[in-house]
Write a protein that binds this ligand. Sequence first.
Ligand SMILES: O=c1[nH]c(NC[C@H](O)[C@H](O)[C@H](O)CO)c([N+](=O)[O-])c(=O)[nH]1
Length: 166
Amino acid sequence: MAVKGLGKIDQQYDGSNLRIGIIHARWNSVIIDALVKGAIKRMQSLGVKEENIIVETVPGSYELPWGTKRFVDRQKKEGKPLDAVIPIGVLIKGSTMHFEYISESTTHALMNLQEKVNLPVIFGLLTCLTEEQAFARAGIDEAKSMHNHGEDWGACAVEMSVKFGP
Ligand SMILES: O=c1[nH]c(NC[C@H](O)[C@H](O)[C@H](O)CO)c([N+](=O)[O-])c(=O)[nH]1
């Protein structure tokens, strides 16, 4: 069976000089909290200092693109520029098309944001058809916990910053 997820990291990247932002939505907060903790844990295991992991929040996933842009700009303006940013949101399909529209528009906006902010913008949006899928991808024990995707996003942020930074 193919092993999903980031798999083996081809090398340990040294995050000790990095400053990375996490901006997360507050919808589905139990799942969000697990994903954020997973990202922080992995980044610290790669040497990113606690004081260099800056966490911000927005109401929902739809606010992530604009919130991320302003967050990155503000950190730069304060003389503490980020090396990468991880927007995190959890969208769970409901009975309307709301899920589809937010998933599609937010994904495209986050992808396009990379050019605008000239930084790695890691794709931390879980778009799940059921709560069980979301619990599993946040490594929460109530479901068949697959793997905490937040850890992958943390590793990705460090690798992209080290490899492609200024
Ligand atoms: O982050 C989420 N926002 C959601 N909606 C709120 C949306 O992101 C905005 O915050 C809201 O529409 C105000 O702009 C969700 N649902 O509606 O299901 C969801 O599952 N996850």
